[in-house]
Design a binder for this molecule. Structure first.
Ligand code: NAP
Length: 262
């Protein structure tokens, strides 16, 4: 095998990426496929998943679109059974699905708070738990990669997203805790903390871009002076999923243009 393949190749592995119907999740799925993994992509919008799956299969791997809501345990069980049957046991789980309800803290509704908790935190735990049980039973270890955010460590000066920030902080701690508990099973648990990237979460649909007044704030506080390109997250996810990261666990890898460096 080529030395680079030995370090970063994922041929023969099965990855599951949640929230891969748009945005960063599509990029994570594409990156893992580029490294050779078969990929299951899970979200609620079936038409979007089908289009992404076609694009990923063109990379020469198998890609299974699975329609499910991550907050529904029965749907998670059905999804995992479908993936097991079609692709095999999940070796790499990327918990990426997320929402960011925006409303000032003093007006933030309980409903929005509960939704953020449910999608961004509880679903990450419930899916990790299910996937880890199968990994433990199989005895070959595995990789869990949680998509947290720089907002998991800091307040947000751009958007009023109190529930989002609170849940991402919890995802970061959940990552470290699971890393400690599951190390004995050779399951590594790490997080990626992206800074600012254009996606449905940050773009104003009327403008088709991040609104200039927000973009200016994002860029002016980012040492590299610009938003990230989603493709700039590919290396981080491949690394954490790959043999090269076998001794990395409980880490939170910022990909943020330096946002969290000061
Ligand atoms: N964009 C950024 O600047 C940024 C920065 C830091 C962290 N992040 C994180 O990156 C991740 C992806 O966000 P994004 O920016 O790519 O936003 P996005 O384009 O809005 O993607 C969110 C994804 O989550 C899925 N999703 C939402 N609720 C779901 C549910 N109940 N069940 C299943 N899937 C669900 C959506 O698919 P369906 O609607 O089809 O279900 C969609 O695919 C999130 O965890 C976010 O917190 C983003």
């Amino acid at each position: 095998m080529e030395p680079l393949q030995e370090l970063f190749g994922l041929r023969g592995k099965v990855a599951l990426v949640t929230g891969a119907s748009s945005g960063l999740g599509v990029e994570f799925a594409r990156a893992l496929a580029t490294a050779g993994a078969d990929v299951a992509i899970l979200a609620r919008r079936q038409d979007r998943l089908k289009a992404v799956a076609q694009e990923i299969e063109a990379l020469g791997v198998r890609c299974l679109p699975v329609t499910a809501d991550v907050t529904d345990e029965a749907q998670l069980d059905r999804a995992l059974a479908e993936i097991e049957k079609a692709l095999g046991t999940v070796d790499i789980l990327v918990n990426n699905a997320g929402i960011a309800p925006a409303a000032r803290a003093e007006k933030h509704g309980r409903k929005e708070w509960e939704q953020a908790l449910s999608v961004n935190l509880t679903a990450v735990f419930l899916l990790s738990q299910r996937v880890a049980r199968a990994m433990i039973a199989r005895g070959k270890g595995g990789r869990i990669i949680n998509i947290s955010s720089v907002m998991g460590e800091l307040g947000n000066p751009v958007f009023p997203t109190v529930s989002y920030n609170a849940t991402k902080g919890a995802v970061t701690t959940l990552t470290r805790h699971l890393a400690v508990e599951w190390a004995q099973h050779r399951i590594t648990v790490n997080a990626i903390a992206p800074g600012w990237f254009p996606s449905e979460m940050t773009i104003d649909p009327k403008l088709g871009d991040v609104a200039p007044r927000f973009k200016e704030k994002m860029e002016s506080r980012t040492p590299l002076g610009r938003l990230g390109d989603p493709r700039e997250l590919a290396g981080a996810v491949i690394f954490l999923a790959s043999p090269a990261a076998s001794y990395v666990t409980g880490a939170v890898l910022a990909v943020d243009g330096g946002w969290s460096a000061w």
